[in-house]
Write a protein that binds this ligand. Sequence first.
Ligand SMILES: NC(=O)c1ccc[n+]([C@@H]2O[C@H](COP(=O)([O-])OP(=O)(O)OC[C@H]3O[C@@H](n4cnc5c(N)ncnc54)[C@H](OP(=O)(O)O)[C@@H]3O)[C@@H](O)[C@H]2O)c1
Length: 292
Amino acid sequence: MTSSLPHWFLLGAGNMGTLAAWYLTRAGHGVTVVRSGASSDLKKQLHRAGNPELALQLPTLAPEAITGPVRHLLVAVKTPYTRSSLSPLLPWINEETQVLRLQNGLGALDELLPSGQVVEAVSTSAVKGQHPDHEIIAENTTWMGGNGPQPDWFASLTPHWPDLQWCDDIREPQWKKLVANAVINPLTALHDVPNGHIVSDPALRDAATRLCQEADRVLQALNPDWPGHSLDNVLAVAQATAGNTSSMRADRQRGAPTEIEAINGWLVTQANRLGIAVPAHLAIIASLTRGQ
Ligand SMILES: NC(=O)c1ccc[n+]([C@@H]2O[C@H](COP(=O)([O-])OP(=O)(O)OC[C@H]3O[C@@H](n4cnc5c(N)ncnc54)[C@H](OP(=O)(O)O)[C@@H]3O)[C@@H](O)[C@H]2O)c1
């Protein structure tokens, strides 16, 4: 490994964490998975339609075995597990630590780390599966950006991470993805239907319209340059992924916590701060969290 390239500690070697680890190791970066009870290397297989299987072997480390500052940290756990996964590492995180957050939603690190040291990654790629087998469904654009300048390691990634782009204002792709997630995910989870029903079912389309209008009002209040008209993008995403099961629907089907707090919950927090009514978002959060 070239000594100037970073060595990342990875929290969350699930679907996205494994894909990111694949790109990072191809670029010559080091990756060690931090997980409780870790002892031996993690062996992973990434499957890509029509291509030979990609094998990846990652060293692991238990959080209590860390004995020095963490310089580079990749957070790719599902948002409800952020605090519990990150807490044991906090004593080893300082102002020099660079954190790359590869999660949907917003705000999962807000109370845990200063935003200045977080690079946000917004990915429109898709991976599904269960350890150790991860199936790459789509490799699309990933945007990275944050409050600081482009980190020096970024350029080393672009030849190995498909369509990776640096974005000086990460809010635009991040909010666009947030609205798509805040509409498609909870509606498909609640009604237990694939994404395409948002387009084809008039009742779901009406519900999507209301959720988009409320989201646009909040985002326009936060940034007057927000273009609005989110419904167009949401319907396009739902159409392009018509047969897919959203992650929230999948989480709900297996009785796992969903990421709704980091998605719709983030919009509600902003709305409350701004004094904007968001009844459709409040109602869908209540419907999905009832009985959990
Ligand atoms: N999958 C996609 O296509 C996709 C696309 C865009 C964005 N994202 C976002 O990427 C983030 C990660 O999603 P993912 O699909 O990679 O999720 P995932 O496959 O479920 O992996 C999440 C990982 O979180 C870790 N984890 C920590 N504590 C856990 C607990 N108590 N229960 C279960 N898991 C726990 C596990 O890592 P260890 O096995 O290392 O313990 C698990 O493998 C999410 O925010 C998601 O919205 C995913």
